[in-house]
Design a protein around this ligand. Sequence first.
Ligand code: ATP
Ligand code: MG
Length: 580
Amino acid sequence: MYSINNSETIQYNLRDYDKVKATFSWKYCARELSGLPDGKGLNIAHEAVDRHAQNHLKDTVALRFIKKDRSTEDFTYSDLKIQSSKFANVLKKLKVKKGERVFSLTGRIPELYITALGTLKYTAVFCPLFSVFGPEPIYQRVSKGDVTLLVTTSKLYEKKVKQLVERLPSLQYIILTDATEHLSDKILSFSTLMDQAGTDFKIPETNPEDAALLHFTSGTTGMPKGVLHVHHAVFTHYITGKYVLDFHEGDRFWCTADPGWVTGTSYGIIAPLVCGVTSIIDEAEFNAIRWYSILEEQKVTTWYTAPTAIRRLMRMEDIKPKEAYNLENLKSILSVGEPLNAEAVIWGEENFGFPILDNWWQTETGGIMIANYPSMKVKPGSMGKPLPGVEIAIAQVNGKQLKIITDPNVQGQLVLKKGFPSLFRAYLHEEERYKKCFIGEWYLSGDLAKKDAEGYFWFIGRADDIIKTSGHMVGPFEVESTLMRHPAVAEVAVIGKPEPNIGELVKAFVVLKDGNEANEQMKMDIIGFARKEMGPAVAPKEIEFVESVPKTRSGKILRRLLKARELGLPEGDISTLEES
Ligand code: ATP
Ligand code: MG
């Protein structure tokens, strides 16, 4: 129990949402986190690492790496303090300046985490990239981000980076995680630098408004944007760790997000450390059997993943996780990135004994903003309720006019009131685009949603994806969720296809579950099912069977790509497309 306003008490795990929401103040975080010694400001790495290295958590495992071969390597909070200090000293030696950009291009290896935390300590800006990016997407991002230093592996350097170096005048150093010696004055060895670096580093004065993180968005709706966050964002990491992820000391948390995506930093690195729990990090990519066995072996208590992974597990109908594995330590599973169909929430309940908790946020918000809290009644298909400390509403947006809708169940744009610490401070080098996201004190998310009478938010779709058919506004997610309930459907993506008579026609791309035949009969069956469930006006009129639907690396369905292909238009930016 923590005291707030002296008279009120709030609990770690948000047992009484309404009360906490009513009394919450961000000042609470200022009391909980220590801030830099001598009042020298607020630094994410201090809160995540150094603070715990000085208290009773110093010998607690902060990060446990599971390598591809299943061997493990542990770093306690003390170890992590030393390693991140060493890396900060490396940056000092290389004369990197405060605010300059340090990029990473690696998989989930210890060097990535040490780079991230050392960079934050040093008060340079950390920017992770997906290691699967090809040379051009890498070039676009590092050049837009004015890269000073890049940490990568020898293989990725040879294959993807070497050819770009001439075109990157701001790039001063490349540090190779696996080189045993420096290759030149510019291409350096991580281990050599670290061996020579001192273990003590005094974090310089850090203003909470100092830039800390640069993340590129998923590129679902177009060219990815470079989103800038400041050290103050750690308040959101902390609060969401306590309330949404429900962290308690001794917890073992596993976040499966790729480190190149904002979730990989906010929850793959920062939030669990700030809350003093143990993070499990698996180097390998998705594999259902491996994943279930890691949950069991590592006694994972809290698992954070994405709808695409959950749907893949659901497809493996012959594995009953609760029967096949001992998952008694697992107390919650959370999901982000895409709408989580009600089906999946219920599947969680049936297969794990608790519903899967959906939550909503964006690169721009820096942390979870709407959530189903562990203590709250879950309405399957809903994103849940706003984070205490953040005002979220549904608004009608008309040009520069914004009107908050107070009636329940009315569809509109999801808007967030400025003033919470992790809201982004810039789209790098795109000031106009940034300004366009705000009307007065409201940030426009670009997503459509509605709020019910009990205050739960329901996702409708991205404003760009909404289908206008015969005078109806149809969100693709609503149609996809219905089709997912058909027993033969494994995955589905829905788009609007221009059609002169009705505006747009609803078309579904369907992946069938194994053992089902893709034929006319099946098409009729699925269309019939949808018509019965949702009415003929919004049910799909066209179905195409596909082997897979295109997704971003962060697991989001690229509907705009399906649409471009359907219409024979250029594919646009597909740098984040996951090869299937
Ligand atoms: P870009 O902005 O480049 O088009 P993106 O919006 O996909 O890409 P992210 O910031 O990674 O990039 O994703 C945030 C978006 O993901 C949200 O705006 C929303 O559309 C979707 N999203 C995230 N979580 C959920 C959720 N729980 N339910 C529904 N949609 C979600
Ligand atoms: Mg977006």
